[in-house]
Every structure is written in C-alpha cells, then in structure tokens.
Design a protein around this ligand. Structure first.
Ligand code: G4P
Length: 555
C-alpha cells in the first residue's frame, strides 16, 4: 500500500494549539460516503445493516417501511409510502470502531437521480452496490459516471451472494471492462447461492464463515486461520479449492492495492456479501473505514480549501421543505468542508455577503432531530432555511471562500403547470417558488409575458407528480399538468445578445429560466442537430451554467 489511511493529516499547525489538534483528530476520524445502486440492489437493506453495526438502530426493518415497524424514515411523504419507493434522502451518522461515519443516503428511484447527483457533490467516497445476479444496471452506470467526473473513490459491494448469481470473475470483469474501473477484490466468495459459505480475506487469507442468522440479526461470524484443519471440515473441499484457485489467479495478475489509485477513483476495492443475511457486512465496514478517503481539500474559486483550515466553511447541497408537516419548516443541508462548526456561530453567506447567526443547527436522523453543538469536515448539518439558502451556496467564517456550485442536470420532460383556481394564485406561486428553490424541479417561463404559467422541467415523470402532490398537500393548491412535446433543453452561451445575433430559429421553442437566461427546447436530438448545423456560431450547453451572486426571478 502506498500510503497509510489512518496516519493523521499533515498539518503545519503547532501541536500546542488544542483547537487545531481537535480539528485534526476529528478529520482523521471521519469517513463520509454515499451508496450508488440501481433500485432493488439492496441499498435499504445494506444501510440498515450498517446502522445495526454502528448501533444507530436496534432492529432491522426500522429504515424501510415493513408493516408497523416504520419508525426512522420521514413519513412526511405519503407518496413515498403509496408508491413504495424511496424518494427523499436522509443523512445518517454513527460511530463505529473509533470512526465517525456519515452515510449520505441517496434515493434509489431513477426519476430522482437529480437529487442523487447533488448528494454525490457532498460525498468523499461512494459505495457501488451491485446485485450479484444482475451485474451492472443502468442507474448504477449513470451514477458511476457522476462519481468518475468528480473522481470519487468507489468501493464495490457485490450483494445477494446467498442467491444464485453470476460468476464472481465475470462480475469483476464486467466492472473493469464496462466502466474502465480496475478492481481489487478485498475478499473472495466461497460458493454462492445455497452453497455460499463465506469469504476469504485476501490480505490475511483467513476464512470468514457465516451462519445464517434470524432475519435482521447480526450473523454469527467465525474466522479461521488459513492453516486451521477445521477449514477442510466445515467447508466442502471443492468450494474451497475453487475459491483458492481463483484467488491465486487474481494474485498472479499482479495488481496491488494502491491506495493512491483508490483515492483517485481509478481502483475499486471489491467486497462480496449478502446484506439481507448479514454475510460480509462487518468485514466490509471494517475494511472500508480503513481504506476510505477522509475529508479532503475542496476546490473553491479561491483555490483548494484544506479541511484543517481553522475557519469554518461549507456548502448547501440539498434543500428540503416541509420535512415535518407539523412545523412546516424548510431545511438546508450543509456539508462542512473546513474548520469546526459551532452552534450559534455567525457566518457569512457568500452569495449575498450577509452575516447570519446559525442558532439551531440540527442533525437529522430520519424524523428525529437533535440540535448539534458542533460539527467537523465531512459532517452534514441541517439549517433552518428562511428562504435565504440556495443549492450550491457557501457559508464561511474568516477570509472569503466560495465553493464551486453544483450544476443542474439537463431536463428531458417538460409540462405547463396550470393553476385552475385563480384565487389560490398566491399559494400556487409560493409553492412553485419554494419547490424550485429546493431543486425538486427546474422551472422555465414563456418569453411571452402574458403566458404566466410556469413550465416544469424534470429528469423523470415522477418528479412532476411529486411536485403536484406536494403543491396539494403542503400548499393546498390543486394544479393541472399539460405535457409539452419537448425532450431536449439547451442553454445559450452568451445569453440573449448571442440569440439575437442569429435571428429567427426554427423547430425549437425559446423560453427563459429562473435567472432570465434563454433556453431552447427541442422535440428531439434530430432537431437540435439540425439547428447546430444551421447555426454553428451558436454555442449551446446541455446543463444550466452555475449562477453566483444573482437572485432568481420568482413566478
Ligand atoms: P433498494 O433499497 O436498493 O431498492 O433495495 P432493498 O434493500 O429494498 O432490497 C430489494 C429486495 O432485495 C428486498 O426484497 C430485499 O429483501 C432483497 N435483498 C436485499 N439484499 C439481499 C440479499 O443479500 N440477499 C437476498 N436474497 N435478498 C436481498 P423484497 O422482496 O423486495 O422485500 P422484502 O419483503 O424482503 O423486504
């Protein structure tokens, strides 16, 4: 291994400074990650098991609705229950074996991938969860690309080994070939399906034998040293021989577990297990905490910011309104990037230049909230949002820092949102503005000022349904969707003047976004290509450029 993950970060601060020492120790302890997967790969189950090991929950089934057990998930979202899907993200923190772990939970449904993209902006590591029978699936590939773009270290957990699955060599090969991500199996399975007997730890060659436990309980783990005669009696020799041969093959291939490559997102440590039956979850967690990247320096407009910078800084990566309908509040989730955050701290809001006192920062665990006294790099805090925070905003103390914003993703579905009841306009407007601010949906407007209704722009259809549902439940307004026949949006570089220079355009509709920038909507890629051929001088962007220092226009 090329570097030690547990050694304290290099610091020039004097050891006699107790605050600096506390900050360095806190950064060293922290590991933060998000799970990326396709729906049904077992993300909820794995999350639940990780929380069990972390002692954060007492019983499996608490994370996801399982009959009457639903306790931890925020049940503010009735729709989530009705549709049986996980829409909202929650941040979960737990202590385990001397580490403080922050798990940024991401919604698994593909329609909510926008939310997931934003959560990945706050993650230092990603766990790619793969169903052993299915291998790579579309949503996993899409999210992997985001991780790759951001060079996030990826740890692979191949799940459902208790069920008949694909050959493990074939699975790692698929990851290497299709994603161009080198694999380094940290453990290797012995058998699969009914004959799954456990895993061999590649570094120690110990056998970890697992016995199926009662559902939801931690499985009994037995570790046998490689020379232990029991190995041959408890595991069928054909299975053991095969696993050892395959391991030899892997070792023969020569690659080593190079932590620098892991942290650069080029090499993925791979683990095999079964979240449901608890096979391999604890070894995964132990190795993950050893190998994962701790909170690192982040890029800002002023250059990289070290987490050990003594002054606090962080950015908003998610906004959520009405998490608790009893309080009708709005929460901004902030990822701490440097320094120590303390309750009642006064911070500068980079976009507006205003100073604000953060008097009730919260840690959220599903529906439970707890006021936090302090937080460190890698942590996520929930702040009451009086309508001031937008996604990508930076908060800081000391010298000015502004983190690079989080881009929106190119919408593919568009619809007019009609308000059939003019007397409810005020609430309609409030709801649309707040949901846009939260990033639940992108909002566009017609260039004709007499057409006041907003155009919703989303990545997936369900996003639109959620907006309608929430408008009704949280703002008391019914609305009507009128689909528009467009599937491609492009932002115009150079804004309105650039558009005016090219004159009249055909086969596209010009609208404006919430920052009054021109956006062209096309029915299909063919129309887009046609326009690009006709006007090569027009520069178009698929993703809305990040705005800074400008307030959006409201409906
Ligand atoms: P998701 O959040 O990624 O969508 O997946 P989730 O954890 O809900 O798991 C999807 C299904 O896969 C669940 O079954 C779950 O029990 C099952 N599962 C997860 N991990 C494993 C595993 O390691 N082995 C096996 N055999 N199954 C696994 P379900 O029938 O949809 O729900 P349930 O009735 O089991 O809760």
């Amino acid at each position: 291994m090329s570097s030690s993950p547990s050694s304290p970060p290099a610091t020039n601060l004097p050891a006699s400074d107790p605050e600096a020492a506390a900050l360095a120790a806190a950064v060293c302890r922290r590991r933060n990650f998000a799970i990326i997967s396709h729906p049904d790969a077992g993300k909820t189950t794995l999350t639940e098991k990780l929380l069990l090991y972390g002692g954060a929950i007492q019983q499996a089934g608490a994370v996801k609705a399982k009959g009457e057990q639903r306790k931890v998930t925020s049940d503010w979202m009735e729709l989530e229950k009705q549709r049986g899907i996980s829409i909202t993200s929650t941040v979960l923190q737990f202590d385990y074996a001397g580490s403080t772990v922050n798990l940024l939970d991401t919604p698994g449904h593909q329609d909510f991938s926008e939310d997931t993209y934003r959560t990945l902006a706050a993650a230092d590591n990603a766990v790619m969860l793969v169903d052993a029978a299915k291998g790579l699936e579309p949503q996993t590939r899409k999210l992997f690309e985001v991780c790759r773009m951001r060079r996030i270290p990826i740890f692979t957990f191949i799940n459902k080994m208790d069920r008949p699955g694909r050959d493990p060599l074939e699975l790692t090969d698929e990851i290497e070939q299709e994603l161009g991500l080198a694999c380094w199996p940290v453990n290797w399975p012995i058998g699969s399906g009914d004959r799954f007997r456990g895993v061999i730890d590649r570094r120690t060659k110990d056998l970890l034998l697992f016995e199926r436990a009662e559902r939801g309980r931690q499985s009994l783990e037995r570790r046998l040293a490689p020379g232990d005669p029991q190995c041959r009696t408890v595991v069928e020799s054909d299975l053991l021989e095969q696993a050892l041969e395959e391991l030899e093959l892997l070792d023969g291939a020569g690659a080593e577990l190079d932590l620098d490559r892991v942290h650069a997102g080029e090499l993925s440590p791979v683990f095999f297990g079964s979240a449901m039956t608890n096979f391999g979850v604890r070894p995964f967690l132990d190795a993950f905490l050893e190998l994962a990247q701790r909170p690192m320096a982040r890029e800002s407009r002023e250059g990289p910011v070290d987490p050990l910078r003594p002054e606090f800084s962080g950015f908003v990566f998610k906004l959520q309104a009405n998490m608790d309908p009893r309080h009708r509040d709005r929460v901004a989730f902030v990822r701490v990037c440097s320094g120590r955050f303390a309750k009642d701290m006064s911070v500068r809001h980079a976009r507006s230049g205003r100073t604000i006192r953060l008097s009730r920062p919260q840690k959220l665990f599903g529906q439970d909230r707890e006021v936090v006294e302090d937080a460190y790099p890698g942590d996520v805090i929930g702040l009451n949002n009086p309508g001031m925070f937008a996604i990508g905003d930076t908060l800081y103390t000391g010298t000015r820092v502004e983190y690079e914003g989080i881009p929106c993703f190119s919408p593919e579905i568009f619809a007019w949102l009609r308000n059939p009841n003019p007397s409810a306009f005020k609430n309609f407007r409030k709801g649309v503005n707040e949901l846009r601010e939260e990033g639940a949906v992108q909002v566009l407007y017609d260039t004709d000022p007499s057409k006041r209704d907003p155009i919703l722009a989303a990545v997936g259809q369900l996003q639109l349904e959620v907006v309608q549902y929430r408008l009704e439940n949280e703002y008391g307004v019914t609305s009507r969707l009128e689909p528009l026949e467009f599937s491609v949006a492009r932002w115009v570089s150079g804004g309105w003047p650039a558009l005016e220079r090219v004159g009249r355009l055909f086969n596209c509709k010009t609208v404006r976004d919430a920052w009054d920038r021109p956006v062209l909507l096309f029915r299909n890629d063919w129309n887009l290509h046609q326009l690009q051929e006709d006007h090569p001088e027009l520069e178009l962007q698929g993703v809305a450029p990040v705005v800074s220092g400008v307030e959006p226009i409201a409906l």
